[in-house]
Write a protein that binds this ligand. Structure first.
Ligand SMILES: Nc1nc2c(ncn2[C@@H]2O[C@H](COP(=O)(O)OP(=O)(O)O)[C@@H](O)[C@H]2O)c(=O)[nH]1
Ligand SMILES: [Mg+2]
Length: 212
C-alpha cells in the first residue's frame, strides 16, 4: 500500500450573534483547544475597551485609515455596525486557507452575507442565540465596560441581528457554556469531514478499489 495523501481545504467558520450571547468566550475556548483554526482579527473604527489589545482583539483604526484600506480592496468584507466600521483583512485569511488552516470569524450578518457571495463552499455559518432576553440583558450589564446607553443600544440592535438567523447553517442556544462549546466542536468536527473539502480523495479511493 503506497501512501496517497488526503488533504483538506481550510474552512471559514463564522460565528454571529447579538452582543452578549457568548460568542467571544466560545471563540476563545475554541482557539485555545484547537490548533487547526486561527482567528481572523478584524479592523474597526470603534475605540478599544479596557483590556483590549491592538492586533489581538482588533486592529483599531481611524475612520480615515479604514476608508483607505477599504478602497484599496484590503478587506474581504466590511460593514457598519452600530456607529462604527468593521472589516476583515483579506491577506491573513487567504494565507491561512492556502495552508489548509481553518479560520474563525466573529462578524455580523452583513459580513456573513458578503462572505457567502464570494466563498459559499468554504463557509460554515453558525448563529448563537441567548436562552432569553433576561439572560442577554444580564450578561450585557455584567460586562459593564460600556456605558448604560451603549448597553441599551445593543439590546435594541439584538432584535435586528437575531432576525437573520435563517441565513445560518447551525443554531446554538447558549444556555450553558460547556454544552454550547461541545456543540460548536461537534459542528466543526463534522464540517471538516465534508467530502468536497478533501483533496486527493479520488486517487485514494481509486487505489483502494484497484487493490480489491
Ligand atoms: N461585518 C463585520 N462585523 C464585525 C467584524 N468584527 C466584528 N464584527 C461584529 O461587530 C459587532 C460588534 O462587535 P464588538 O464591537 O466587538 O462588540 P460585541 O458585540 O460586544 O462583540 C459584533 O456583532 C461583531 O460580530 C468584521 O470584521 N466585520
Ligand atoms: Mg466581540
Amino acid at each position: 500500500m503506497t501512501g496517497i495523501a488526503i488533504h483538506r481545504r481550510g474552512l471559514m467558520l463564522v460565528l454571529s450573534s447579538p452582543s452578549g450571547a457568548g460568542k467571544t468566550t466560545l471563540s476563545r475556548r475554541l482557539l485555545e483547544s484547537d490548533h487547526e483554526i486561527d482567528m481572523s482579527v478584524s479592523a474597526t473604527t470603534r475605540k478599544p475597551r479596557p483590556g483590549e489589545v491592538e492586533g489581538e482583539d482588533y486592529f483599531f483604526l481611524t475612520t480615515e485609515d479604514f476608508g483607505i484600506m477599504r478602497n484599496r480592496g484590503d478587506f474581504l468584507e466590511s460593514a457598519k455596525v452600530f456607529d462604527n466600521y468593521y472589516g476583515t483583512p483579506r491577506k491573513p485569511v487567504e494565507e491561512a486557507l492556502a495552508q489548509g488552516h481553518d479560520v474563525l470569524f466573529d462578524i455580523d450578518w452583513q459580513g456573513t452575507q458578503q462572505l457567502d457571495e464570494t466563498a459559499p463552499e468554504d463557509l460554515v455559518k453558525v448563529f448563537i442565540l441567548p436562552p432569553s432576553v433576561q439572560e442577554l440583558e444580564r450578561r450585557l450589564e455584567k460586562r459593564a465596560q460600556d456605558p448604560a446607553d451603549v448597553v441599551a443600544a445593543r439590546m435594541a440592535k439584538a432584535s435586528d441581528e437575531i432576525s437573520h438567523y435563517q441565513e445560518y447553517d447551525y443554531i446554538i442556544i447558549n444556555e450553558n457554556m460547556d454544552n454550547a462549546f461541545a456543540e460548536l466542536q461537534a459542528i466543526l468536527r463534522a464540517e471538516r469531514l465534508r467530502r468536497r473539502r478533501l483533496t486527493g480523495l479520488s486517487n485514494f479511493v481509486k487505489q483502494l478499489r484497484e487493490a480489491l
